[in-house]
Design a protein around this ligand. Structure first.
Ligand code: UDP
Length: 243
C-alpha cells in the first residue's frame, strides 16, 4: 500500500491518501499536546504504542459488533483505515468525574457519576472545542437526529465493552473520547467508529492504586508516560518484544 499526499494533519496523527479512493493510511506521531496545544512535547515512541493499542481495541470492538474504520496495521506507526467523512463532534463518555468536568461542576476527581454521561464537543481548536448540545448539532447540521441517536447508542455499547475489557486487566475506565464518521459503501451510508482509542483519548486508572495510566501523566507533568502506556499494552496482551 503506497502512501500519497497528506490529506489531513492533526495534533497526534496524519492521514494520507492511498491509491484506493475509499482507504487512507493513519500515521501516529509522537507529539503530545494538551490545553489546546499550549503544552506540546515530543515523546519518543508514543505513536508506536498508540498504534498498537488502538489496533487491539478496534479489533476487539469490531469482533463485538461495533463497525469501525480499522482495516489492518501496516507497520509500527501506520494503519490502513476506511475513508469516512468525520462528523465534527468529539463524543466524550464519562463514568467518573475527571478533567474539565471536575472544574465545570466543582465535583471532586474520581467521584462516580450516578449514570454514564455522554457529552459532545465541537471539533474546533480555534474556539477551544466548545461543549455543544443535540440542538446545536441539529441546528448547525453537523449531524441529524437519527445520527445523534445512533451515535449515543453506539457510545453506550462502546463504553460497556471497553469497561469490561479494562476491568479484566485491573484498569478503571474513567472517561474517553471517540469520534464517528459516515462511511459510504456504495450501497448505503453507515455511521462507523473512527479516529483512535488509546491512552491519549481515555482516562485509565489502575484499579488498586488509582495510578494514572494515560495522557494525564503528560498534562500534569507526572512523568513516566511511556512506562504507563507500555503497562496498558502489556495488560491488553500486546506483544512488545519488538518494541
Ligand atoms: N479527550 C481527548 N481529546 C480531546 C479532549 C478530551 O481525547 O481533545 C479525552 C480525554 O483524554 C479524556 C476525555 O476525553 O479521556 C474527557 O476529557 P475532558 O473533557 O475532561 O478534557 P481534558 O481534561 O482531557 O482536557
Amino acid at each position: 500500500m503506497s502512501k500519497n499526499k497528506v490529506l489531513y494533519e492533526g495534533k497526534a496523527k496524519q492521514l494520507f491518501l492511498t491509491e484506493k479512493d475509499d482507504e487512507l493510511i493513519q500515521f501516529f506521531k509522537d507529539d503530545a499536546t494538551a490545553f489546546n496545544k499550549k503544552k506540546h512535547e515530543i515523546i519518543d515512541s508514543k505513536g508506536v504504542l498508540n498504534n498498537l493499542i488502538s489496533e487491539n481495541i478496534f479489533n476487539y470492538l469490531g469482533k463485538n459488533g461495533i463497525p469501525n474504520h480499522f482495516i489492518k496495521r501496516l507497520n509500527e506507526r501506520e494503519q490502513l483505515i476506511k475513508k469516512v467523512e468525520i462528523i465534527p463532534i468529539e463524543v466524550v463518555v464519562r463514568n467518573k468525574a475527571a478533567g474539565t468536568f471536575t472544574k465545570r461542576f466543582g465535583i471532586e476527581e474520581g467521584k462516580d457519576l450516578p449514570e454514564t454521561l455522554i457529552e459532545f464537543n465541537l471539533k474546533d481548536d480555534e474556539h477551544d472545542d466548545p461543549l455543544v448540545s443535540d440542538e446545536h448539532i441539529k441546528v448547525f447540521k453537523w449531524a441529524n437526529q437519527n445520527e445523534i441517536d445512533e451515535i449515543k447508542e453506539k457510545a453506550i455499547v462502546v463504553n460497556r465493552l471497553l469497561s469490561e475489557l479494562f476491568n479484566k486487566i485491573d484498569i478503571i475506565l474513567v472517561d474517553f473520547k471517540i469520534e464517528f464518521g459516515r462511511f459510504n459503501s456504495g450501497k448505503k451510508v453507515e455511521i462507523i467508529l473512527a479516529d483512535e482509542i488509546s491512552p491519549d483519548s481515555c482516562r485509565l486508572w489502575d484499579i488498586k492504586s488509582n495510578e494514572k495510566l494515560d495522557k494525564d501523566r503528560f498534562r500534569r507533568n507526572l512523568g513516566g508516560l511511556i512506562e504507563a502506556y507500555k503497562e496498558v499494552a502489556t495488560r491488553l496482551g500486546i506483544d512488545l518484544s519488538n518494541f
